[in-house]
Design a protein around this ligand. Sequence first.
Ligand SMILES: Cc1ncc(C[n+]2csc(CCOP(=O)(O)OP(=O)(O)O)c2C)c(N)n1
Length: 337
Amino acid sequence: MSHLPVPPPPSGPVPWDKAFALAVLAGMLRIRRMEEKCAQLYGEQKIRGFLHLYIGEEAVAVGALRALQPQDNVVATYREHGHALLRGLAMNGIMAEMYGKREGCSRGRGGSMHLFDRATRFYGGNAIVGGGLPLAAGLALADKMAGRQALTACFFGEGAIAEGAFHEAANLAALWQLPVLFCCENNLYAMGTALARSEAQTDLCMKAASYGMATVQADGMDVVAVFDAVQRSAQQVRSQGRPVFVELKTYRFRAHSMFDPELYRDKAEVQAWKTRGPIHTFTARLKAQGSLTEDEFLVLDAAAQAEVDAAAAFAEAGTWEPVEDLLRDVHTREGAA
Ligand SMILES: Cc1ncc(C[n+]2csc(CCOP(=O)(O)OP(=O)(O)O)c2C)c(N)n1
């Protein structure tokens, strides 16, 4: 089993005012505590089916989504709970969706992998690897044709770059000059397959650049670096009306999904990456520069936990879809049995 080298943890001053820095920290804590609760509820069989946790990768969703604007579209993968939450979906609706309850954001029909919310322009949650990429190109094409000033941010794993869907979407986005921000969450493994075991060319930016688009690489474990990279890239997409590819190098601390025995990487590697954990390195930097006290941290963390507990109670008290609704949103003629 290869042991991948671990870069030093992000460090140095955080160039943000205190209110913004604390809001960013609160965002990462909300995702972390929500997902820890999901893992617990999965163990209790309250949440069933698939569950892919984002623990360790929070800096990507928080840094990136903070850099977008409300009119922008967001498309994500099956590891999308954090993106949905940060985009503005209510935690109650997310948690009820995990349970499969009618009060869920997709009325309990989608589950963990298909969170969706038209109001915040969050176009899912997608179980198919690479499935969001053509959708993102389509949304951006629609905006361009309608003269709408917005970009479409598409989040996907490095595993999706092995799919034809990536190459088709990248080609059309570059050819037709579509405002797509390709955000590659490179966590080094596609399920149990390390990048170098499946790709002859492991430089993902080089692949994207071959379609004639600008590329940027940033440390996805550093929320400051993610925000900077995505903000600059989003600005470029808006001003030039062309796609940009951002590679965010990150690492997941948990298994691929709840069914993964994780035999492809050793515990020492995971432990080493935890020293780069986005929450504790960001907290340490803020404390070192006097922008955060331990008490302030505890208040934020307690607020996140309280929100999670309330959301779990909301989901628990939710209702199952009635049998009469079984054909709702199914493509049948109205009234057909
Ligand atoms: C088209 C397709 N092929 C295979 C799968 C099975 N599958 C689910 S997740 C996954 C790995 C994807 O890895 P990556 O894109 O790097 O995302 P990550 O899970 O690391 O965030 C695969 C192969 C799928 N869901 N869809």
